[in-house]
Design a binder for this molecule. Sequence first.
Ligand code: SIN
Ligand code: FE2
Length: 224
Amino acid sequence: MKLSAGSMTADLFGPPPNGRWVSEPLAEGAAILRGFASEEAAALMDSLREILTAAPFRHMVTPGGFRMSVAMTNCGHAGWVTDRAGYRYDRLDPTTKRPWPPRPVSFTRVATAAAAATGFGGYEPDSCLINRYEPGARLSLHQDRNERDFSAPIVSVSLGLPAMFLFGGASRKERPRRVLLESGDVVVWGGAARLAFHGVAPLADGDHPLTGRHRINLTFRKAL
Ligand code: SIN
Ligand code: FE2
């Protein structure tokens, strides 16, 4: 496997030391940047707590009427929502009827830098979906395709408890790869991988110093 060091040398065995990260290719157009957000993780969680005072986590309902096990909220110009009427991006939080909280600069900085490190320069996401997994919560295989323009990548930041990420191909029939994502890991998929099916296996119980019994995932998109 081809690996490139984010800064200086990379130790392939064990986590990269502070300030260093390793890019692990996942598919054409997709990579896991191991430890890319580790240094910012605590600051990202602080910003998240502020967002939650204005737009708390909620369990949305799928168009088919199922309550999602992952709790969600959003920040930025548009938020991804689902209800009986369907999946869509909305400039307003349907719970509060107010705009989603602004996206913190710390969020944008990580997303833009991760995209650039994967070859997607000039990334300007307008939406950040925030997912909270509790033990047992899962996200079934899906494509991110409610965005208007597929030329921008998806950038996904993992915080807290580790999760088994499923990453497949453009068809649901392709058997997905299973990769463990840990706190600070960032996954970027765009280009040929932009419409790859992906999901998250049921979260294993645990206790993480940053998030307790949860995994948090920030998913950046250019939606509008
Ligand atoms: C998503 O597909 O929206 C989230 C993926 C993840 O939680 O890693
Ligand atoms: Fe997704």
